[in-house]
Design a protein around this ligand. Structure first.
Ligand code: NOJ
Length: 479
């Protein structure tokens, strides 16, 4: 679709940036915080790049004032951050740690003092270790009650000051990396368990949305889904079918639940044949149907192209590139459904992610058409090696190019009629990239540290910092 003139970004568009507790805070065992699964997982040899961890991360816990003042200088309208569950409940349930609540009080108040809208993620992967020890975490329905209690404490404490909330961050990744590829804690490879965990996470998500309606009636809440829109490699009907399979199994399997409370028919049938469907109790589907989000939160980084993959002898779980050595990742797939293949029309990053700004427009349109929900872009950004040059200069033109083309694509989607509430770039400062260490950088603000040493953790503005400042000042008119 082409437009004679493009529609402007709405006046109240939320220009922002995002982070997650484990990736920025550090202070992993301070002020009464209990351990999370990540605090333990990173200590298992071979799990992360060069054994990197978030013990100190970028020390946001102690430097949040400096970070927030940089956000204010950049003109951010919103800052999305997550709360570490085990700071609030060191053992997951039971006693509340007041000091944990106070830290986020201070962060929220600091943001508000500069008119920056705080946006809270309830869960960004760091489940308290104690809940794994008590009942295997997400594998038990007990977590629904504990997660709901935790969320209710947050809604009651911060609901007067915080309007925008994200329930679960990238549920599709924490279940698949945790229980299918074993790349994240608890490091399990078992698809049956993955689908059980996923169903329980769906129920927990719906339960907290219902609590939110009661406790923060004027707020807005939604999940942040890791959305990789799929493409077929060509118009061969076999590959179109593979593409439909990938959308059903890897995208609609989550988004249909969030929006409608139902699993897609064909993906469900496939799982049934493989004995992989989760256990459904009486009342589950009613609960799922009764908790509609206010928006679809989307973390968008790339598209994926697929082709036919036979059931017998087809490609299964592949190898991930976690080193930044281009081409070190491999094909992956689900036998009988689809397998990934390279898209000859797009470039890739050093971590083998397709760079596809148009894919964002396409994805936004697919969501708007299918669900008729507004979209909040909760993450988008480029992970790359950055070079700190003489005189504290970081010329990250490649990041500017990436962000600019994606923001243009959002405006195209708005011009097509999609209701986009805001855009959170990932990330504000550099941070720990889970498996990829500190060398894969995403921030507008460089943090002087690496995998070997926390160095001085100095904050240095990159070229993209001023570029985004200007984008915000002109409400996206000048990119
Ligand atoms: C999505 C996750 O939410 C975030 O934690 C991660 O660092 C980014 N993707 C980049 O991979």
């Amino acid at each position: 679709m082409e437009h004679k003139t493009k529609t402007a970004f709405p006046q109240d568009f939320l220009w922002g940036a995002a982070s997650a507790a484990y990736q920025v805070e550090g202070a992993w065992n301070e002020d009464g915080k209990g351990p999370s699964v990540w605090d333990n997982f990173v200590r298992i040899p071979g799990t992360t790049y060069k054994g990197s961890n978030g013990d100190i991360a970028v020390d946001h816990y102690h430097r949040y004032k400096e970070d927030v003042s940089l956000m204010a200088e950049q003109g951010l309208k919103t800052y999305r951050f997550s709360i570490a569950w085990s700071r609030i409940f060191p053992t997951g349930n039971g006693e509340i740690n007041e000091k944990g609540l106070e830290f986020y009080d201070k962060l929220i108040d600091e943001l508000l003092s500069y008119n920056i809208e705080p946006m809270i993620t309830l869960y960004h992967w760091d489940i308290p270790q104690a809940l794994m020890d008590q009942y295997n975490g997400w594998e038990s329905r007990q977590i629904i009650e504990d997660f709901n209690n935790y969320a209710r404490v947050l809604f009651e404490r911060y609901g007067d000051r915080v309007k925008y909330w994200i329930s679960l961050n990238e549920q599709n990744y924490f279940v698949s990396y945790g229980y299918e590829t074993a790349l994240h804690p608890p490091g399990v490879k078992d698809r049956k368990r993955m689908y059980e965990v996923n169903h329980i996470a769906n129920l927990a998500n719906a339960t907290v949305i219902k609590s939110f309606r009661e406790l923060v009636p004027n707020g807005k809440i939604g999940p942040s889904f890791a959305y990789k829109p799929y493409y077929p490699i060509d118009s061969n009907p076999e590959n179109i079918l593979a593409f439909e399979n990938s959308e059903d199994l890897n995208n609609y399997f989550w988004m249909d639940i969030y929006a409608w409370g139902q699993y897609p028919i064909t993906a469900w049938k496939y799982l049934k044949e493989q004995n992989l469907t989760p256990t459904i109790h009486d009342g589950d589907l009613e609960l799922l149907r009764s908790a509609k989000p206010d928006f679809m939160g989307v973390n968008y980084y790339r598209t994926t192209t697929v082709e036919k993959n036979p059931l017998a002898g087809g490609v299964d779980i592949g190898v991930k590139n976690t080193t930044g050595k281009k081409g070190s990742g491999s094909q992956s797939g689900v036998p009988g459904m689809f397998k990934t293949t390279s898209n000859p029309h797009v470039e890739t990053t050093n971590w083998d992610w397709d760079i596809d700004p148009q894919g964002l427009r396409i994805g936004l349109r697919r969501i708007a058409t299918r669900y008729q929900l507004p979209v909040l872009i909760t993450e988008n950004g480029l992970g790359e090696f950055d070079k700190l040059e003489e005189g504290d200069i970081i010329n990250d033109d490649y990041r500017i190019e990436y962000l600019k083309s994606h923001i243009q694509s959002i405006q195209d989607a708005i011009s097509d009629g999609v209701d986009v509430l805001g855009y959170c770039a990932w990330s504000f400062t550099d941070l720990l990239s889970w498996l990829n260490g500190y060398q894969k950088r995403y921030g507008f603000v460089y943090v002087d540290r690496d995998e070997d040493s926390a160095k001085d953790l100095r904050r240095i503005k990159k070229k993209s910092f001023d570029w985004y400042k200007h984008v915000i000042e002109t409400n996206g008119e000048s990119l």
